[in-house]
Design a protein around this ligand. Structure first.
Ligand code: ATP
Ligand code: MG
Length: 201
């Protein structure tokens, strides 16, 4: 069996327990060697509203530091151009040429797959795992995913994971309003946010 590597893309603005739980579920259910977290870069022409790329990269690192199967890649944050997932996967395949790649997303992201850049070739290069996220009915998701699978002839698997109703949007809102975000994200990440005064505007 090839070594299996999971890839978790996201803005991680900030990283929270929803991300960490799904990465860990996939790691064990699929017997993966590791999960690579890939924080997205800041597109140069777009106004950044949340934390900058280096803060997001740092927070992703400190959140995953105690798990030696979780690693963080700077491939997208160091790129000056908008990073398309297909280019990221291509770079990772070059780095680990004997591995089988699985891109991990929540339900919201997997349903957007037809709008991604070059979905057809992306699905030839890696498999997708769509994990449950609250707010979506399983039947509706299965039907939509089957349609995507059929039109691209790609491999997309759905995985039920413990659902945590956590989002970065909600955490940013809490911080801005001075409400507690405790237990939604690693304590050290929350401390970093407060220390650096992130998400206050
Ligand atoms: P934002 O609210 O800023 O969009 P987010 O919480 O959705 O943040 P992202 O960085 O956008 O986090 O998400 C990265 C990936 O993690 C996406 O595929 C998303 O679907 C998935 N994800 C995020 N939070 C959860 C969660 N609580 N349960 C399952 N999947 C999640
Ligand atoms: Mg999101």
């Amino acid at each position: 069996m090839n070594r299996r590597i999971g890839v978790m893309g996201g803005t991680f603005d900030p990283i929270h327990y929803g991300h960490l739980v799904i990465a860990n579920e996939v790691l064990y259910k699929y017997n993966m060697e590791k999960i690579i977290f890939v924080p997205a870069g800041n597109p140069p022409h777009k106004k950044v509203t949340g934390a900058c790329a280096s803060d997001r990269f740092l927070m992703t690192n400190i959140a995953t530091i105690s798990n030696n199967k979780f690693i963080v890649s700077d491939v997208e944050i160091k790129s000056m151009e908008k990073s398309y997932t297909i280019n990221t996967i291509r770079k990772l395949i070059n780095e680990y040429d004997d591995a089988e790649f699985y891109f991990i997303t929540g339900t919201d992201a997997i349903l957007e797959l037809p709008n991604w850049y070059d979905t057809e070739n992306l699905l030839k290069m890696c498999k997708f795992i769509g994990v449950s996220r609250s707010g979506y009915s399983t039947l509706e998701i299965e039907n939509k995913i089957n349609k995507i699978k059929n039109s691209y002839n790609g491999q997309i698997e759905l995985l039920q994971v413990p659902m945590l109703e956590i989002s970065s949007t909600d955490i940013r809102k809490r911080i801005k309003q001075g409400r507690s975000a405790k237990y939604l994200l690693p304590e050290i990440v929350e401390e970093y946010i407060l220390k650096k005064n992130l998400y206050l505007e």
